[in-house]
Design a protein around this ligand. Structure first.
Ligand code: FES
Ligand code: FES
Length: 166
C-alpha cells in the first residue's frame, strides 16, 4: 500500500511522518516516535492500555488509524511533566501506590487527565466511570481513585506539581 504523509503534533512537537494508511496510531506513536508509554494490550479496544488524548478526547490508540490523526494534536504520558516536574496526577499516583506492575498506568493516567480537563472535582463514581475502560490486573483501583482526588485538589489549589520528572 502506498504510504501517506501524516502531519500531527505530539506532546507539543510537530511531525510529518510517512505511514501506511492502515497502520494504527498506536503503532505510529510507539514505533515511529518511540513513545513507549503507549502500551499495546488487547489491540482491540478492550483494555485501555493504549489511551492517549487526541484533540482533547481520550481515545484508544489501537482503534484509530494513523491517517485519521492527520492534523491532530496528541498528548501522551511523555508530555505530562512540565519543566522537569511531574504532573500532579503522576505525583499522586506514586504517592498513593496507584499501580503495581505499571503496565496499565499510562493509559489510566491519560483517562484521568481527560476526566480532570472537564471535571475538576470528580467524585468516586465519576472517577470509576472514567477508568471503566482501563483494565488493571494488579490493583483494586482504590489507589487510583484516591490519587485522582488528591491530584484534582492540587490542581484546584494551583499547587505546583510535586517530584522531579525522571
Ligand atoms: S491495546 Fe488498545 S484498548 Fe487494549
Ligand atoms: S498496575 Fe499492573 S496492570 Fe495495572
Amino acid at each position: 500500500m502506498t504510504p501517506v504523509s501524516i502531519h500531527l503534533t505530539v506532546n507539543g512537537r510537530e511531525h510529518i511522518l510517512a505511514s501506511e494508511p492502515c497502520r494504527t496510531l498506536l503503532s505510529l506513536l510507539r514505533e515511529d516516535l518511540g513513545l513507549t508509554s503507549v502500551k499495546e494490550g488487547c489491540g482491540q479496544g478492550d483494555c485501555g492500555a493504549c489511551v492517549v488524548i487526541l484533540d482533547g478526547q481520550a481515545v484508544n490508540a489501537c482503534l484509530v488509524f494513523a491517517a485519521q490523526a492527520e492534523g491532530a494534536s496528541i498528548l501522551t504520558v511523555e508530555g505530562l511533566a512540565q519543566d522537569g516536574a511531574l504532573h500532579p496526577l503522576q505525583a499522586r499516583f506514586i504517592e498513593r501506590w496507584a499501580f503495581q506492575c505499571g503496565y496499565c498506568t499510562p493509559g489510566m493516567l491519560m483517562s484521568c487527565y481527560a476526566l480532570l480537563q472537564h471535571n475538576p472535582d470528580p467524585d468516586e463514581e465519576q472517577i470509576r466511570d472514567a477508568i471503566a475502560g482501563n483494565l488493571c490486573r494488579c490493583t483494586s483501583y482504590q489507589g487510583v481513585v484516591d490519587a485522582v482526588q488528591a491530584a484534582a485538589a492540587d490542581l484546584r489549589a494551583g499547587k505546583p506539581p510535586a517530584g522531579a520528572a525522571p
